[in-house]
Design a protein around this ligand. Structure first.
Ligand SMILES: CC(C)(COP(=O)(O)OP(=O)(O)OC[C@H]1O[C@@H](n2cnc3c(N)ncnc32)[C@H](O)[C@@H]1OP(=O)(O)O)[C@@H](O)C(=O)NCCC(=O)NCCS
Length: 150
């Protein structure tokens, strides 16, 4: 794998980012219920989206939300979406994307990065725990809320 880099979404990459193919069984974990519901009210101006490029190929996508004034603490500095294409999984792409988002959060003065995920086989729980997130609570929909200290 060549050197990975994060880039802003562009006309050239947006289609590829939207059509990343996941592994069977993973699709249900992409958007936890809490995020689908909050999507309707979130200010698009507070999101931070990047594609992960390996050479010129889009291999992943990450979106964060940074809003110190958000009513709910779990939406102030968080991962809103992350996915890595099936063929590129297990090679450090997801970790690279999360660390990029964590750097951005740190630069903005946040002390933690949070993420909500649905527990379950084929879900991302082990990935987040492996990166250093700890479970700090549960949502009303039975999802786990994790936090990474920055
Ligand atoms: C979760 C996801 C982003 C992980 O991306 P990835 O590129 O495969 O992960 P990485 O290769 O960067 O893994 C980083 C570390 O986590 C570990 N890891 C990743 N997935 C793991 C799993 N399912 N179980 C155990 N460990 C795992 C890796 O072994 C690696 O460890 P290392 O740093 O010691 O080498 C990817 O599987 C995905 O797109 N899933 C579907 C979408 C999804 O569920 N998104 C989350 C929404 S909340």
């Amino acid at each position: 794998m060549a050197e990975l880099r994060l880039e802003e979404l562009s006309a050239k990459t947006i289609v590829a980012a939207n059509s990343l193919t996941l592994r069977p069984g993973q699709e249900q974990f992409v958007t936890p219920v809490s995020y689908s519901i909050a999507d309707a009210v979130i200010d698009p101006g507070t999101t931070w989206s990047r594609v992960v490029l390996d050479d010129d190929e889009v291999v992943g996508f990450i979106r964060g939300n940074f809003d110190p004034d958000a009513e709910h603490e779990e939406f102030r500095s968080c991962i809103w979406r992350i996915n890595v294409s099936a063929d590129a999984q297990g090679r450090g792409v997801g970790k690279f994307a999360v660390m990029g988002l964590a750097d951005e959060a740190r630069n903005r003065g946040f002390e933690q990065l949070t993420v909500i995920w649905e527990p379950g086989e084929d879900g991302p729980e082990s990935f987040f725990l492996h990166l250093g997130f700890t479970i700090i609570g549960q949502t009303q929909y039975g999802e786990n809320l994790g936090a990474l200290k920055l």
